[in-house]
Design a protein around this ligand. Sequence first.
Ligand code: SF4
Length: 436
Amino acid sequence: MQRFVKIFTHGCQMNDLDSRKLYSELAGHGYQPTEDDRLADVMIVNTCSVRQKAQEKALSTLGRLCILKRGRPGLVIAVAGCVAQQEGEELAERFPEVDIILGTHQLHRLKDLVADVRSRRQLRVETAFGDAIPSMDIVPDKDFLIPPHRAYINIMQGCDNYCTYCIVPLVRGREISRDHGAILSEVRLHAERGVKEVFLLGQNVNSYAGGMTFPELLKEIHAVEGIERLRFTTSHPKDVSPALIECFALLPKLCSHLHLPFQAGSDRVLKAMNRNYTHDSYLRLIEDLRRARPDMAFSADVMVGFPGEGEQDFRLTLDLIEAVRFDVLYSFKYSPRPGTAAAALVDDVALPEKRARLSVLQSLQRRITLENNKARLGKIVEVLVDGPSPRHDHQVFGRTTHNVIVNFAGPSSLIGSTVAVKVTRANQNSLTGELT
Ligand code: SF4
């Protein structure tokens, strides 16, 4: 009998990749993915606890599934990801319909746990941290690469940095790097399958230590035939080494875009966050990267309202944004995460003030993003075509090396190829162009 699985993914690209791995694992045991709640035999909520809002969303999905299960006792409900790791068995006290609680180092056990729960109907809680993370070696089936020409590849997991606001070291554990041989085999396999773009993932890829350094790993992957583009995330500014900067000068397949979270522009706040760089050293890093690759584009994460952030501190954040001229900023209001060092500080920036600062910051960034896009008018850009445009018939969309989305008229036969497009219109969050 055919069985079905549905996964609800909350949070980051790492969670998205984990979900694809979970789908692949269960597909090998006869479970087909479905979007239809009524068909699903197994439902998995893959959770994120990096921000309060993400955690609330995941728990609200879980609550809805638990209500569904009351009318369908045969349904298996699993919770994976950071909230599962953090709350463990307590989750089952709040949501007694849950069958499996799967920690961030235990994803490889899902298929056995599902089989066990189906036969014994007993709660399974697996949240131990190990010295290795076997799920990093799970390669998603080709069917779960979306789009099929881009592969996300896990190279490390966890973090040793303990930024004071961040829950990651508690829920993903200490840094564990995947062996470089396994990574290179996966890259070669994807290249044989027709993958053009490799996207390396880890909480702090710059401190990769799986038998070679991160710049060495980039050079090895760069040499793999068939791979045309190489990207990675996330980078910590303090770990961007001269050797990594040099990679942007030496490796043409390395895309001209870097996501480099800065979080705050005030040295006082950066110190309280334990970020280990300053406003000026971050700007020098940007200069060095632009010297190595003059057309480099940047995105970043930033937060407002960290405990003790005054008006002057906030101005320094705005100054840094003006100086770098990011293409994209992921901006948030600070929310204390239980168990972190910052959670012990007084959350003293009032919510209306956090909202006001966020609004000022976002309107500044909107202006810069549009100006950056306007500066691209008339240029010819190389676009790797991802799929049909979701908004316009007879149009496709793709990304430039700068990670900017471009929509243009063209047949769907272009999907997966790289084409030259002339930019004819600059929009707030994308470009419009025409095939040259
Ligand atoms: S470097 Fe990133 S993942 Fe690590 S503690 Fe800091 S914010 Fe969290």
